[in-house]
Design a protein around this ligand. Structure first.
Ligand code: E4P
Length: 218
């Protein structure tokens, strides 16, 4: 399973990249706003800055919601850097645009996926990635991980090439559950990635090893 970090914060992206396990980055307009990045020029510069840190796919989301606007914005975003994946919402004009982009060789991430039906349309349109939102489904008492598993199963059964990118991951257990259901990618906050490191037996074991070493070597 590939690991993406779900942030527009350059420091966090660098920290995850330096761990040596980062395969890519996802952003969205809310994450860009959180970093205070305003205006088209600054936003595009920021995407390039992210691409310069990570040797992997970087999802940059369109703001337009009409077909012509999505095409125009998506082509501009894709031209910024070969790592850019154009993130497009799962709406009718978005699906049409994904079809266009896939015929042009522009890679896409179909976002805001909450059902198998939406994932089917995205795959048929030729999306590179589809992003089911795990945490937001859990928030309304639905089972986000179950949706990821169903999409994985259906894509494998029918041979769709679209990769399942589990998004809206909130914690470390979500990452493990994504592995269990066969997600191709999980995009996670840095805290969830670092949380994978933690185990009290590791801490206790290391403490004892170092104490024993010092006892004999000092
Ligand atoms: C990533 O592609 C999504 O935009 C993101 O994971 C949404 O996460 P949230 O539900 O925590 O905002």
């Amino acid at each position: 399973m590939k690991f993406f970090i779900d942030t527009a914060n350059l420091e966090q992206i660098r920290e995850a990249y330096d761990l040596g396990v980062l395969d890519g980055v996802t952003t969205n307009p809310s994450l860009m706003a959180k970093e205070g990045i305003k205006g088209v020029d600054n936003q595009r510069k920021h995407y390039v800055d992210i691409c310069n840190i990570v040797q992997g796919d970087v999802s940059a989301e369109v703001i337009a919601t009409d077909y012509e606007g999505i095409i125009r914005e998506g082509e501009e975003l894709a031209a910024l850097n070969p790592h850019i994946v154009v993130k497009v919402p799962c709406i009718a004009d978005g699906i049409k645009a994904i079809k266009y982009f896939s015929e042009k060789g522009i890679r896409t991430n179909c976002t805001l996926i909450f059902s198998v039906g939406q994932a089917l349309l995205a795959a048929k349109a030729g999306a590179t990635y589809v992003s089911p939102f795990v945490g937001r489904l859990d928030d309304i008492s639905e089972d986000g991980i179950a949706l990821v598993g169903k999409i994985v199963e259906i894509y494998r059964y029918y041979g769709y090439a679209t990769q399942v990118l589990a998004a809206s991951i909130r914690h470390t257990a979500h990452i493990i559950q994504c592995l269990e259901v066969g997600a191709d990618v999980a995009t996670c906050p840095l805290s969830a990635i670092k949380g994978l490191l933690n185990h009290p037996l590791t801490d206790a074991g290391l403490k004892k090893f170092l104490e024993d070493y010092k006892r004999v070597n000092n």
